[in-house]
Design a protein around this ligand. Structure first.
Ligand SMILES: Nc1ccn([C@@H]2O[C@H](COP(=O)(O)OP(=O)(O)OP(=O)(O)O)[C@@H](O)[C@H]2O)c(=O)n1
Ligand SMILES: C[C@](O)(CO)[C@H](O)COP(=O)(O)O
Length: 255
């Protein structure tokens, strides 16, 4: 089973507050987008990746990916949009030559440490016949719905709650339909979807959950970066980088 992937990396990282766009921020010396691309290719099932980059940092993202040890074959970089939804739509446009029954993974550069078994689990479940699949974990906290005035509306039923991660997997046809149905809200920060499965739900489709992993944590704040740095040390040792391979001049931008 082979999949194509969209790697969202066009966010600015406002909450991280780093001088660099978030995708280029180093995690133990390696930019988040490079680690995330490597996580996808290490699965052995991803044959093509379209990366969304901040338009003003597109060349820097291309350079980071092209110069990276273990440079990714079949990798293209496109300018992202003003929201994550718009960025995914831009990447989908680049995948216009792919068939509707292709398996597509949508992954956040902000989740650079996703284990390969999660990537394979999501893609494999799509390949087995589910149109939309998300990795998720049970929540540890009690979650309350709160009104705009700060008053608790109700306590949600925790056993039924899941914290959803990426990569999210789809048949390309299902993802295309979901984005087409919601294209009118792609550029509106307040209305755009925060994940792709949400668009499938809104379009009346069924989304399925598989087991995620704590290592697929999202780097959102400076504290997350500290935690992820410690995680890298714990997982591979402080001085171990991604495996080396000779980068090629055409390694980025050519399928
Ligand atoms: N216009 C956007 C916004 C986000 N993303 C990507 O979507 C993922 C999830 O977004 P998030 O972690 O919230 O990143 P930022 O939008 O950069 O964060 P912030 O909201 O703090 O600015 C990230 O990999 C980010 O690069 C994107 O491709 N295009
Ligand atoms: C897609 C996502 O990572 C799933 O948890 C999340 O929804 C991204 O949200 P953000 O608002 O872009 O941080």
């Amino acid at each position: 089973m082979r999949a194509v992937a969209i790697l969202t990396a066009a966010g600015s990282g406002t909450r991280l507050g780093h001088a660099l766009p978030k995708a280029l921020v180093p995690l133990a010396g390696i930019p988040l987008v490079v680690r995330a691309a490597h996580a996808l290719t290490s699965s052995g099932i991803v044959r093509r990746i379209v990366v969304t980059a901040p338009p003003e940092a597109l060349d820097d993202v291309v350079a980071a990916l092209g110069a990276a040890p273990g440079a990714v074959p079949g990798l293209e970089v496109v300018p992202g949009g003003t929201t994550r939804q718009a960025s995914v739509a831009a990447a989908l446009a680049r995948l216009a030559d792919e068939p509707d029954d292709a398996v597509v993974l949508v992954h956040d550069a902000a989740r650079p440490l996703v284990p390969v078994r999660v990537v394979r689990r999501v893609a494999g479940t799509v390949a087995m016949g589910r149109d939309a699949v998300v990795p998720a974990l049970p929540v540890a906290d009690t979650i309350k719905q709160v009104g705009p005035d700060g008053a608790v509306v109700r306590t949600l039923e925790r056993p039924a709650l899941r914290a959803v991660q990426t990569p999210q997997g789809f048949t390309l046809g299902a993802l295309r339909s979901a984005h087409a149905a919601a294209s009118h809200r792609a550029d509106d920060e307040a209305l755009a979807a925060t994940d792709d499965a949400g668009l499938v739900e809104a379009a009346g489709g069924q989304v399925w959950v598989v087991e995620g992993h704590e290592d697929a944590m999202k780097i959102t704040t400076p504290r997350d970066l500290v935690v992820a740095t410690a995680l890298v040390s714990a997982l591979v040792g402080p001085s171990v980088a991604v495996p080396a391979a000779a980068p090629t001049a055409a390694g980025v931008g050519e399928p």
